[in-house]
Design a binder for this molecule. Structure first.
Ligand SMILES: *Cc1c(COP(=O)(O)O)cnc(C)c1O
Length: 233
């Protein structure tokens, strides 16, 4: 465990420095950007070490794995971000443990998320996931930008969901700078309508600098902290 702790500490140090450098190059204060460590495929024992190393926010992308890990780590006081594709029949369950759901990308999820939050008796923060795929590309996940305004209105009307901002993943096969620059435009329109929903979750291990340049307030970093994930996903 000491060896793993040292490895995680060293990796975290590198990632925190990258964030700090990117902030200073973008002329932004360092505390503008929060680190969410993505722990998918890694055991609860790693989550425990990360908490001990000062990590406050962790991300998971699969419901069953997330649910089990949240239960195992309930004593750590962490904030859990659900960042994966959501099925509508799992959405209420996800809202029963997630503090922030970052991947709301269609209207069908609003009802179940809201019901899950109500059952738990606690607000759930919501980010709308925006697709950055060029028009006509095969659809990955995320709402097309023209659907964001309607989704935002539905979230605002739903009991116990708090609209906090936007999330995106840079598409493969395109420079992340170009994708995050489009995201910055979508966000500018969005924040004009929702001035309190200022969170922008963008940037991962490979492209966090580009995301910070284009206004990310949260980066989701997995492999740069935890190491390569197992091949089978
Ligand atoms: C896995 C994942 C990440 C982290 O990716 P790394 O490249 O390992 O940093 C970030 N965001 C989402 C949505 C993910 O699924």
């Amino acid at each position: 465990m000491t060896a793993r702790r040292d490895e995680l500490a060293a990796n975290l140090d590198v990632v925190r420095r990258r964030i700090a450098t990117a902030c200073s190059e973008a002329g932004r204060p360092q505390d503008d950007v929060s680190l969410v460590v993505v722990t998918k495929f890694f055991p609860a024992s790693d989550v425990r070490l990360l908490a001990d190393l000062g990590v406050t926010d962790v991300g998971e992308n699969r419901h069953q794995e997330a649910e089990a890990k949240v239960a195992e780590c309930a004593d750590l006081g962490l904030r859990w971000h659900f960042i994966g594709g959501l099925q509508s029949n799992k959405a209420a369950a996800v809202a029963s443990y997630a503090d922030t759901v970052e991947s709301l990308d269609r209207a069908k999820l609003v009802g179940p998320l809201s019901r899950g939050a109500q059952a738990r008796g606690r607000d759930v923060e919501v980010l709308l996931q925006v697709s950055l795929d060029p028009a006509g590309a095969e659809h990955r996940s995320g709402a097309v930008p023209s659907d964001v305004a309607d989704l935002a209105r539905r979230v605002e009307e739903a009991p116990m969901l708090r609209l906090r901002g936007l999330m995106a993943v840079a598409p493969l096969g395109e420079a992340p700078e170009a994708a995050f620059s489009r995201l910055a435009d979508v966000r500018a329109d969005f924040v004009r309508e929702h001035p309190d929903a200022t969170v922008l979750s963008a940037g991962m291990s490979g492209d966090l600098e580009a995301a910070i340049t284009h206004g990310a307030t949260h980066v989701r970093v997995g492999s740069a902290v935890l190491g390569p994930r197992p091949e089978v996903q």
